[in-house]
Design a protein around this ligand. Structure first.
Ligand SMILES: Cc1cc2nc3c(=O)[nH]c(=O)nc-3n(C[C@H](O)[C@H](O)[C@H](O)COP(=O)(O)OP(=O)(O)OC[C@H]3O[C@@H](n4cnc5c(N)ncnc54)[C@H](O)[C@@H]3O)c2cc1C
Length: 292
């Protein structure tokens, strides 16, 4: 089933994003995490994809295994940087046979760990090209795209980024998921600007609980997501204490989600980092009826 249909029918709920573990043992552990999170009745779950095809097999394996324990749709992220049409076609053909019907269409970034990677050998330039390709050759697939409340790191301006986003969505995206943000005003402002541009698909907020401030700071600075100074300051006393860091990260994420729900947001997409503890604590604290 296309995820947009699930969003429309259920009207509210949560989704979870995972990365593909490196080993069979890791995948087994992930299935336990997913079984634990099933009580929150997810709308769908998604699995990331290494740009340049660096995790194709692992992403596929992970998705097929999740399908054995979950009835809800499992969406594959798919990057097109450096990819040929025939390689994407082969993957989507396989997905069709395996009942994977939803794709988060992305450009991706040049992989750091592939020395001779040459994006110019690819046949897609932007995510929009991948959206157009899927729409044309695999119209039965549901398509989502990534959006950036604070602007994408390469974009010359917020306005230019939003215009490219509009074009990407108009090419055939059913819904969008945001880059992580830690100050909800960026998201509200983005919704406002998107609406003025005529973008009317659901835009799901991407929530990243801060379970490790050092790692998240590094990642956030790469992808231009602001961590407010007062948030960073609150983590300072806990640099050496993972438990306290987790506790504070959960507390802040609960506040963030409560604010979103209070403003009428009906869907929350969690970057789980393959952990059950943080998301589980957050969702237990949110009004249970909101997501049942
Ligand atoms: C929810 C989410 C999930 C993600 N999952 C993954 C994943 O699984 N694997 C992974 O490798 N990465 C993932 N990413 C990261 C993503 O691949 C990077 O952010 C990447 O840099 C951009 O991908 P995109 O699909 O947004 O690109 P695009 O939409 O193609 O945009 C890339 C840049 O090009 C600009 N642009 C677009 N069109 C034009 C044009 N016509 N002319 C000039 N400039 C243009 C945009 O403004 C932007 O700056 C994810 C990001 C998000 C938010």
């Amino acid at each position: 089933m296309k995820i947009i249909q699930v969003l429309t029918e259920r009207g509210k709920g949560v989704s979870f994003e995972f990365f593909p573990p490196k080993t069979a043992e890791g995948r087994k552990a992930l299935l336990e995490v997913i079984k634990g999170l099933k009580v929150f009745n997810p709308l769908y779950v998604s699995v990331t994809y290494g740009a340049g095809g660096t995790t194709t097999d692992r992403t596929k394996e992970t998705i097929y295994e999740i399908q054995t324990v979950l009835d809800e749709p499992v969406m594959s992220h798919l990057t097109c940087i450096g990819a040929t049409r025939s390689s994407i076609r082969a993957l989507l053909d396989e997905y069709r046979q395996k009942g994977v019907e939803n794709i988060l269409a992305l450009r991706g970034d040049k992989p750091q760990d592939v020395e001779d990677f040459d994006p110019s050998k690819g046949e897609f330039k932007y995510a929009r090209d991948l959206v157009e390709f899927i729409k044309k050759e695999f119209p039965e697939f549901g398509i989502s795209v990534a959006v950036y409340p604070e602007g994408h790191q390469e974009a010359p301006s917020l306005e230019a980024d939003l215009e490219y986003t509009r074009i990407k969505i108009d090419a055939g995206a059913d819904f969008a998921i945001t880059q992580m943000f830690f100050d909800n005003s960026y998201y509200y402002d983005f919704l406002d600007r998107a609406q003025k541009k005529g973008i009317d698909i659901p835009i799901l907020p991407g929530i990243m609980p801060i379970t490790d401030i050092v790692k998240i700071k590094r990642f956030a600075s790469f992808c231009k997501a602001t961590i407010p100074a007062e948030v960073e300051k609150r983590f300072e006393p806990y640099a050496e204490s993972p438990e306290d860091m987790l506790k504070l990260g959960v507390e802040l994420a609960i506040k963030q989600c409560e604010d979103l729900i209070g403003q009428g947001v009906r869907f929350l997409h969690f970057y789980t980092l393959n952990r059950e503890d943080a998301v589980s604590e957050i969702l237990k604290a949110l009004v249970p009826t909101h997501f049942s």
